[in-house]
Design a protein. Structure first.
Length: 531
């Protein structure tokens, strides 16, 4: 495993910038993100210039978001298995090629609406494969105490690009056409390629057998399904994004209706980005007085109101301030959701957990963009925006169903289990299995009810970390004897279980053991047909 940068002692909002590699990546990322936003604006405006309706225009955002829905999960699995540096280099090269093709076809006059959607999808596919790994390398670059500050700086960087990129794209499109903006986007990937190529990443060491892509993917789904906090935040973000997507999906049509041109559209997106920067900088103030749930719900409600009233305005002068408010609300709930998922996932599954979060998040964005584009086509832009905004306000109350865990759990490793013993005459291969593990407890009658409640919670830990089946049985002959059983797919997967317990699991396990008499006895049984 890679080791993070050394601790510098004093920790503040700018302290991650003292780490040269983090600083270089941040600068390269802002160049690349500016190019990405330029490409998004140019693609949307080129679709407008084709005379396409709201459905096609909204589909440009769907083409950008859909790859995250389709590819994020396997991308996260790959990012937890292979060298993340090499994966990033590969995806950056892919995106340079796709962006160059898009620019060449546009300049040659050979571009069509469907070809534009295909090229946009291809570029976004590279980003989707790279995104989980890119987000997961942060703990390798800065000390743990600087992670929150580093995440905030990444948010500011992204929204600075969101502010500058669209405005710059508007000027470039007005002066030289969409093809020029596509060329600049292709060049912007070179910055990240150069910085990552110079990164001397420490090789990862694996104490336990490396997972396969299929096994890693299934492990990620299993982990999130049995982690109620992560599952709640992820589902909540997807629902919010389905309705929140309307404002960005329909903004090109709103700008065209206001006769603001490509420059005006870029400036409106720039206002959205500057609003997001302001929201990121001011985010700490309300969090000192309000709970995280309250801040998230308020930001979603404000975004809903801003979305609903967008259709009422017809000039850039009135739409600009509204985009500032929308951008600030947007970044507030996104940054809190993203940071929460990062802190709740341990290192071994972080890229995959983030991939599932991106899958649901971007899936909501892609589906919402397509749906609101169709609604805008058939019922009108004003009706679509008003409906989406009203729904945003209504779902602001989701915090009552899915409370955010405050403070986040400590997911640092707690590897205290003794490795299973293997008798001299037994030869095991890593892929042998399945493996049946039994744990025997003796529980006094007065503790039985509390023991059962604790074990129901412990079931989620067993399943989350690898158990395919789980059960708890009471002996009919010895009334105080209970046997826990769980089945793991292979011997290798069980060995990995020993490294997956976290400090947050410690209190639960100690509670289970405290309710039993003596030390529980564990046995490991391998399928007799193995080998």
């Amino acid at each position: 495993m890679s080791v993070a940068a050394p601790d510098h002692g004093v920790h503040g909002p700018w302290s991650p910038l003292r780490v040269p590699m983090f600083r270089n990546m941040l600068l390269a990322d802002v160049v690349s993100d500016i190019g990405t936003f330029m490409q998004s604006v140019a693609a949307a405006w080129l679709m407008v210039s084709f005379g396409a309706g709201p459905t096609y225009i909204a589909l440009t955002q769907t083409a950008s978001s859909l790859p995250f829905f389709l590819l994020a999960l396997p991308a996260g699995a790959i990012g937890d298995i292979v060298d993340r540096r090499k994966l990033i280099l590969f995806t950056e090269t892919w995106m340079i090629g796709a962006a160059t093709l898009l620019a060449a076809l546009t300049i040659a006059g050979a571009m069509t609406p469907w070809l534009l959607l295909a090229c946009t999808f291809a570029i976004s596919a590279g980003d989707a494969i790279e995104a989980p790994s890119w987000r997961s390398i942060l703990p390798e670059l800065v000390p743990r105490k600087d992670l929150a500050a580093a995440s905030a700086l990444n948010g500011i960087e992204f929204n600075l690009a969101r502010a500058v990129g669209p405005a710059l794209a508007g000027g470039v499109i007005a002066a030289a056409g969409a093809g020029a903006a596509f060329v600049l986007n292709a060049l912007s990937f070179v910055a990240v390629l150069w910085v990552v190529a110079r990164w001397k990443r420490q090789p990862r060491s694996h104490v336990f057998p490396v997972e396969t892509v299929t096994g890693a993917t299934l492990a990620a789904v299993r982990y999130v399904r049995n982690s109620p906090d992560i599952r709640g935040v992820t589902l909540r973000s997807g629902i919010v994004m389905f309705f929140a997507s309307a404002i960005l999906a329909l903004l090109p049509t709103v700008a065209a209706r206001a006769n603001s041109g490509a420059l005006g559209f870029g400036l409106l997106l720039g206002c959205f980005g500057f609003g997001a920067i302001g929201g990121a900088l001011l985010l700490q103030q309300p969090r000192k007085r309000l709970s995280t749930d309250a801040v998230v719900s308020a930001s979603v409600a404000v975004l809903g109101v801003a979305t609903a009233v967008t259709g009422m305005f017809r000039t850039p002068a009135t739409l600009g301030p509204l985009m500032l408010v929308a951008g600030a609300s947007w970044i507030t709930f996104i940054s809190l959701f993203s940071a929460m998922v990062q802190t709740m996932a341990p290192d071994w599954v972080r890229a995959r957990t983030l991939a599932i979060f991106l899958l649901v998040f971007q899936g909501g964005l892609a589906a919402g963009s397509a749906v609101w584009g169709v609604v805008g086509e058939r019922a009108g832009i004003d009706a679509a925006l008003a409906c989406a905004g009203a729904c945003c306000v209504a779902i602001a109350g989701l915090g009552l169903l899915w409370r955010l865990p405050i403070p986040p759990p400590d997911v640092s490793p707690w590897n205290h289990w003794r490795m299973p013993a293997v008798a001299g005459g037994v030869e095991l291969k890593l892929d042998d299995g399945p493996v049946l593990v039994t744990v025997e407890y003796f529980v006094d009658a007065g503790n039985a009810s509390a023991f059962m409640r604790a074990m129901r919670k412990y079931e989620h830990v067993r399943r989350r970390d690898g158990a395919a089946r789980w059960g708890l049985y009471r002996d009919t002959e010895v009334s105080d004897r209970y046997v826990e059983t769980f089945v793991v797919g292979s011997w290798a997967e069980h060995l990995r279980q020993h490294a997956r317990l976290t400090q947050a699991d410690r209190a639960l396990e100690e509670r289970v053991y405290a309710l039993a008499r003596g030390k529980p006895r564990t046995r490991h049984l391998i399928d007799a047909r193995s080998g």
